[in-house]
Design a protein around this ligand. Structure first.
Ligand code: CA
Length: 235
């Protein structure tokens, strides 16, 4: 994994900030740090970090506002780190443009694992370089021109909605997509019945995608949404 990436650590709690800085340093990551929302936005703009670790509870501005500001000019992955365990806050952060979330208290191993997931997504974004006619992730292949998906050599028999869902996840590999986002993208609006349908379609899609105990492509975030994982090429 390319560790030559720059991480912006945004955290007002000095103890937590120091723990994160020490973790970055010990694991060979370059980092910069900010203790409030305004300096976070300034550091993000002047240093163009590769990944942003963002505490939501900041003294000068709500972290959601920071996400909205940063998202207005860059797609840099944002991992929200929040003491708020309520799903609503995570959903609000993801819908504002965050890529992932960690709930405090978190372990150093968990933080590093999330950074690695995001790094794989970054590598993928760099090598992908715009819309490709063929999407590949492990043995999964989507031929956008033909409108077909394959697992290895075998064609996946998907309904139009399952195919649409698969393409949606493929275009956001590594990012947690909320129920609201998914239903708006696929059904045009987010209603209770759309969410219920989505669960059924997702279960069917996963059955076809992950059959015979194969590679896990879709991760469930209970009460929040789903994410497509970037699978290593040799698996
Ligand atoms: Ca805080």
């Amino acid at each position: 994994m390319n560790h030559n990436i720059l991480i912006l650590v945004v955290e007002d709690d000095v103890t937590v900030r120091n723990l994160m800085k020490t973790t970055m340093k010990a694991n060979g990551y370059r980092y910069i740090a900010a203790g409030n929302a305004n300096s976070a936005i300034m550091e993000a703009a002047s240093h163009k970090p590769d990944i942003i670790l963002l505490d939501l509870g900041l003294p000068d501005m709500d972290g959601i506002k920071v996400i909205e500001n940063i998202r207005s000019w860059t797609t840099t992955p944002i991992i929200v780190i929040s003491a708020r365990s309520e799903d609503e806050d995570k959903i609000e952060a993801l819908d504002a443009g965050a890529d992932d979330y960690i709930t405090k208290p978190f372990s150093v191993d968990e933080l590093l694992a999330r950074i690695r997931v995001t790094e794989r997504r970054l590598d993928y974004m760099i090598t992908k370089d715009g819309e490709e006619p063929v999407f590949e992730n492990g043995v999964l292949k989507i031929d956008h021109v033909a409108g077909c998906a394959y697992l290895g050599e075998e064609e996946l028999h998907l309904t139009p909605i399952e195919y649409k869902l698969l393409c949606l996840f493929a275009s956001h590999v590594g990012k947690v997509l909320t129920h609201t986002f998914i239903t708006k993208e696929v059904w045009g609006q987010c209603t209770e019945s759309n969410i219920a349908s989505m669960r059924v379609y997702m279960a069917n899609l996963r059955k076809k995608l992950e059959k015979d105990g194969g590679v896990q492509y879709i991760q469930t975030h209970i009460g929040i949404g789903y994410r497509m994982l970037k699978v290593e090429a040799d698996k």
